[in-house]
Design a binder for this molecule. Structure first.
Ligand SMILES: *Cc1c(COP(=O)(O)O)cnc(C)c1O
Length: 428
């Protein structure tokens, strides 16, 4: 599309946007009495207006039915999670039984590592992206130590080449081949939180399997943002949080995926709890654990129904929007428009004031752009904030902006471009 740097053009894109009314389904923070421009859905998605109603329904059932709420009412709590897995499995490209919701993200990463990282003296290495989200670094290092290995030898991080900002797929695949004989696991983000780079999950998984190892992904920045095909891509396991692109509230429930080929894989052991027991026999309280078929077998504890209700409020909106495909289509346009406007500022100033380190190719990124500010970075970020733009600051000089298709508009993207252009003139 040929973009134009005018309000009229942005307004026209909004008018043509089939998802334009979805914005009214969310509560938007105010700035000086007007709606702020919220470009921070990559950190915490906005609150669906229905979230309060969905949780009040649980309060009402708790009041009226108490313990019977597990079995009675419109949405009995015992099977409540199953109402979420249909939409959620569509969002991540999995079969319904391959997905469940439980715990929070880092906890689930540990639980899945217990199953899928079983190092031996010969195969003990984990390959991961350099500069991964800190929680992933801590989780992997502690797992390695837990099994009696030294992270220095066991964890191989891949960094971009000198002078480059993002990883080349060829370098990732080459590293997997180099370590093939000692490799136990490849654990990558779907999208790197800092650069916004979306990795080639399919190619990484294929190379990992050729090396005889398992491939797992932390999809915190990918789930609900880009199109995923976890089952088709043969990914072994994955987990994600629901509070970023999936708007399920701070500390919201996490999701896990386990490929169906592992449902009867007896090499995998796991930490077990009663909520993972076959649901039809769970309340017979048998002494021996018999897992529920599928990802649900990894559940440990009674589902936190309040968190599930919050997640359902948001997933129902995804469903109404037609799922991830139309959302991604709009997201690609929003982000490309933001990129165009930022590049226009550089052109007008005849200087690269804002360097976008996120890949240009839409297959290699999601909604977020990570922008290195060459001068006055923090002051420019503060200027955005003072003008009602909520973005996100990363040391030492990166501003992350993530327009979200459910509640951001092309006019807002235009407005952010205008404010950034003004910042260049006014921030000294
Ligand atoms: C946001 C994020 C997390 C956060 O983990 P929690 O356990 O939910 O606090 C972990 N990993 C990645 C890659 C993230 O982007």
């Amino acid at each position: 599309m040929n973009f134009e740097n005018t309000l009229a053009f942005a307004t026209q894109l909004d008018e043509q946007d089939p998802l334009k009314d979805f914005r009214s389904k969310f509560l938007v923070p105010k700035h000086k009495g007007r709606d702020a421009i919220y470009f921070c859905g990559n950190s915490l998605g906005l609150q669906p207006i229905t979230a309060q109603q969905y949780t009040s329904d649980i309060f009402a059932n708790w009041q009226d039915l108490a313990i019977e709420g597990f079995f009675a009412g419109d949405n009995p709590w015992l099977g409540y999670h199953k109402q979420l897995t249909k939409t959620l499995s569509g969002i991540v490209g999995a079969k319904a039984e391959e997905v469940t919701v439980m715990n929070s993200l880092t906890v689930n990463l540990h639980l899945l590592l217990i199953s899928f990282y079983k190092p031996t003296s010969k195969r003990f290495k984990i390959i991961m992206e350099g500069g991964a989200f800190p929680s992933d670094q801590y989780a992997l290092a502690s797992q390695v130590k837990f099994h009696g290995f030294d992270p220095k030898n066991a964890i191989v991080e891949i960094f971009p080449r000198d002078g480059e900002d993002i990883l080349r797929t060829e370098d990732i695949l080459a590293t997997i081949n180099t370590h093939a004989d000692e490799l136990a696991l490849v654990l990558f983000g779907g999208i790197n939180y800092y650069t916004g780079q979306c990795f080639n999950i399919e190619a990484i998984t294929l190379a990992t399997h050729k090396a005889g190892a398992y491939a797992g992904f932390d999809l915190a920045h990918a789930a609900g943002n880009v199109i995923l095909k976890l089952n088709d891509w043969d990914v072994d396991f994955a987990c994600w949080c629901s509070y970023k692109y999936m708007n399920s509230g701070p500390g919201g429930i996490s999701g896990i995926y386990v490929h169906e080929k592992h449902f009867n894989n007896t090499d995998l052991s796991r930490f077990e709890g009663w909520w993972g027991h076959r649901q039809d026999r769970r309340f017979l309280m048998p002494p021996e654990f018999e897992p529920e078929i599928g990802a649900a077998g990894w559940q440990l504890s009674t589902s936190p129904i309040m968190l599930l209700a919050l997640h359902k409020a948001s997933l129902d909106i995804f469903e109404q929007a037609g799922g991830i495909v139309p959302l991604r289509k709009k997201s690609e346009l929003l982000t490309a428009y933001l990129e165009f406007l930022i590049n226009s500022i550089n052109e007008v100033n005849n200087e690269v004031l804002f360097k976008i380190i996120t890949p240009k190719n839409k297959q290699e990124r999601g909604g977020q752009l990570s922008i290195v500010c060459k001068q006055n970075a923090k002051a420019i970020f503060n200027f955005l904030t003072d003008n009602g733009v909520i973005g996100d600051w990363r040391e030492p000089n990166v501003i992350r902006l993530a327009p979200v298709p459910l509640y951001n508009s092309f006019t807002q993207v235009f407005e952010v471009g205008r404010i950034l252009g003004a910042a260049v003139v006014e921030v000294k």
